[in-house]
Design a protein around this ligand. Structure first.
Ligand SMILES: Cc1ncc(COP(=O)(O)O)c(C=O)c1O
Length: 397
């Protein structure tokens, strides 16, 4: 039967993070691996109230097929959220997605021909790498520092390799937790315009800032950087701020790209769940979404501080990392260690993280790893890090 499967799928590897999920279900396991929102942050009551208050008329219409672009009401709601992020868009510029992951896939499908070059920062989000690989693209990774992608040689690299797409998670990145400063955002967009490249900006985490808001999205610069309107796409998600199970995200893009994405989505899942759009629109419009955000920010800030403290306490100078200003992740390294080997020992000791190789298009350094503080309280985080440090000494370099 496998003879019928296209070679690109036959040879593809699954998402390393999804593959790890089965271990997180082992009783007693402390998982610092997944970027799953904390169960205590799921506003089940708020959602229950919204569902209970939907009239029969509203429910009946929400149970019907909907337009591919998304419902009028939800797009208006998303335009308001986008406005608060300085994105200044009209509801007609929005395509509602079944999760932002779908946006990455749609963009890959509508832009990339086999052999096209895609630039990504190193490290980057593995499911984006998969989408680009499955589209037949050649991926080129760019180095980064504590402020995200280094832009000093971007223009020259673009001239040399002619990428069609530059994919970035510029705000509290996954896995790096890093945030690209405004100056680098502007320089990246200018380079994209000069070299006929499109920036795909993936932004699921910007609402989760701890003390200081991140700079405005790259997409918000499309009117201030000359000729940039056709060179950026923005995607975001409600997965990290409301509930991943709603599978709701959105895309902002120039009209021809957005239209192509609509056509690609029509042949994919027709439209995002109309029922979930109605629930989310009401939940956001009645103010509960905004009221809940400070609680999320406080919880994740506490988790991030606890994780950084535990790393200092249990691993001392063996571990290097930068403290994130938001999001769900700490990106760290232990010099001279293969973190995939470490993970095997760690699972036996009932603790987990994600080895860093998954986040590179061309891995050459095995010493990195990603830790998430999103779904644990400070005690759980400390216990997890303690378990990891206990087995660290048994790992061969
Ligand atoms: C950078 C990034 N992009 C996209 C996604 C996918 O999110 P969604 O649940 O909206 O599909 C994730 C989820 O972890 C992510 O970290």
């Amino acid at each position: 039967m496998s003879d019928f499967v296209k070679s690109i799928f036959r040879n593809a590897v699954g998402s390393p993070i999804r593959e790890l999920k089965k271990y997180s279900e082992i009783p007693g396991m402390i998982s610092l691996a997944g970027g799953y929102p904390a169960p205590e942050l799921m506003d089940a009551q708020g959602v229950q109230q919204v569902v209970g208050n939907l009239s029969t008329k509203q429910l009946t219409s929400a149970m019907q097929y909907g337009g591919t672009e998304g419902s009028k009401e939800f797009r208006a709601t998303l335009a308001t959220i986008s406005q608060e992020r300085e994105l200044n868009c009209h509801p007609d510029e929005i395509l509602v997605l079944s999760g932002s992951q779908q946006g990455i896939d749609l963009v890959a499908r509508v832009i990339l021909e086999p052999g096209d070059v895609v630039f990504v920062e190193a490290p980057t989000y593995p499911a984006a790498l998969s989408a680009f690989r499955l589209a037949g693209a050649t991926i080129h990774q760019l180095p980064s520092d504590k402020d995200g992608m280094i832009v000093s040689s971007l223009d020259e690299e673009m001239r040399r390799l002619k990428p069609k797409l530059l994919y970035l998670v510029p705000t509290f990145g996954n896995p790096s937790g890093r945030t690209l400063p405004l100056e680098r955002r502007t320089l990246a967009l200018q380079a994209a315009v000069r070299n006929n490249c499109v920036i795909l900006e993936d932004d699921p985490y910007s609402e989760l800032w701890f003390s200081v808001k991140a700079p405005p999205p790259i997409y918000s610069l499309r009117h201030s950087v000359p000729n940039a309107q056709n060179h950026c796409i923005y995607i975001s998600s409600l997965s990290k701020t409301l509930a991943p199970a709603l599978r709701l995200g959105w895309m902002l893009a120039p009209p021809t790209l957005l239209r192509a994405a609509v056509l690609a989505k029509q042949s994919d899942d027709m439209h995002a769940s109309t029922l979930n759009q109605a629930i989310a629109a009401t939940y956001i419009d009645n103010g509960t979404f905004a009221d809940n955000l400070p609680r999320l920010r406080k919880f994740y800030k506490t988790g991030a501080e606890a994780l950084c403290q535990s790393l200092h306490t249990h691993m001392g100078s063996r571990v290097e990392f930068d403290e994130p200003g938001g999001g769900m992740f700490v990106w760290a390294r232990v010099d001279g260690i293969d973190t995939s080997q470490w993970l095997k020992r760690a699972i036996a000791a009932k603790a987990m993280f994600v080895p860093g190789v998954a986040f590179f298009a061309s891995p050459d350094d095995t010493s990195w790893f990603r830790l998430s503080f999103a779904s644990l309280d400070p005690d759980g985080i400390d216990q997890g890090i303690k378990r990891l440090s206990t087995v660290l000494d048994t790992v061969e370099a």
